[in-house]
Design a binder for this molecule. Sequence first.
Ligand code: TGC
Ligand code: FAD
Length: 388
Amino acid sequence: MGKYEAPDFYDVDGLLTEEERMVRDTVRDWVSDRYMPLVEKAYREGTFPRELVPELAEMGVLGGNLDYADFPRLGSVAYGLVMQELERGDSGLRSFVSVQGALVMYPIWRFGTDEQKARWLPALHDGSAVGCFGLTEPDHGSDPGGMKTKAVKDGHGYVLNGAKMWITNGNMADVAVVWAKLDGDIRGFVVPTDAPGFTATEQRGKHSLRASVTSELAFQDVKLGADAIFPEVTGLRGPLSCLNQARYGIAWGVIGAAMACYDEARQYGASRIQFGKPIASFQLYQAKLVEMLSEITKAQLLNLQMGRLKEQDKVSPFHISMAKRNACYNALEIAREARDMLGANGVADEYQSMRHMCNLESVKTYEGTHDIHTLILGRQITGIDAFA
Ligand code: TGC
Ligand code: FAD
């Protein structure tokens, strides 16, 4: 295939600042030069290319949106564009960065003590430490409020027992942000993964997100100091605030994957000859490209407006739910269509559409499934709570 040509039908580029374009282009080039040569092998072998973490850190994308100490700060739109470009490479790459920044650094920054911040934020920012976020349990995914993981007071500290499942970065992590019930209330704990009684077991056998580490965490009488808890935040509001940040990045990210699939199908159609003509000359093929580009363009504009609202502190979780739901649904449809348009070659791993398609099945599920975001929006529109 030829060089990647990012679709931008409505000149969204013209709505960006020079700095935003520069950040996007830096990450776009890095993905082309450094990540794309590795991804096929990583996906086949089911590994995350950890050797690239220092380079991600060097680009300032780990917690790049946080206003902390001397971290260079990315604006919300620039951060979204970074997610778009990373996921153009692979959802696993964006997932790594999302979890580190939005689900580990963000809660420590927002809810942590000065000591927790000083201990973890610089190391997570420079990539010398990796974090994971434990909310989902084997029996509580969409309904995290029912979680069983429990902390009890023990002298001046706490003892943690329970299990988390489907945890991105789990086996690579030095620190886990774990949500558990203390006296019946959901609280957040900063747990070093070398604490006795903490185990992480990699979940193999995934058809999706193969270039990402996913793990089950178990806590057996893990002793934590009094300084391990987030002191103020109580209830689902804590983890859900982090999910707002991560869902924001996903809405941008999956459109990067869709852009890659569209570009692959467009280029393939121009060079693949059937019935004596390029397949892109057939009307049905063209109609598919039109649908794909239309949905990409609408999502690009929605994401951009969401980002501008976030910069003005005007974004609500409902804006983010709509963008996450819309982007994941359409990105997955686009990836499926692109796979089909490549014929048999579409199932070969030298092409990327099927890899994106398989990844997007997970991304549509995690951080709130399509159905859950439908019901979040339905509750907002009607005032009637379908979860109650
Ligand atoms: P509900 O009654 O709605 O709310 C309970 C409390 O939370 C507050 N709240 C929020 N706060 C901040 N942001 C939001 N988006 C919030 N939504 C609700 C709410 O105000 C209330 O606060 P308070 O102080 O009054 O108590 O709770 P519910 O039990 O009815 O559940 C709501 C529901 C279903 C929407 C929620 O539980 C949900 O979103 N479920 C989906 C679970 C989910 O998204 N899990 C993601 C796990 S992490 C992950 O997947 C990482 S993948 C990472 C990667 O690899 O990229
Ligand atoms: P369930 O909640 O059992 O849902 C099953 C089906 O039922 C879905 O179609 C759902 O939409 C539907 N459903 C559920 N409730 C309703 C309802 N009220 N009305 C209508 N339909 C409903 N979690 C973390 O905490 N940290 C991570 O780092 C993390 N990384 C992940 C990485 C991967 C690769 C994957 C696949 C998942 C990850 N998750 C993580 C977990 C993810 O957030 C959950 O899988 C997700 O929240 C859905 O929960 P569940 O799988 O238990 O599905």
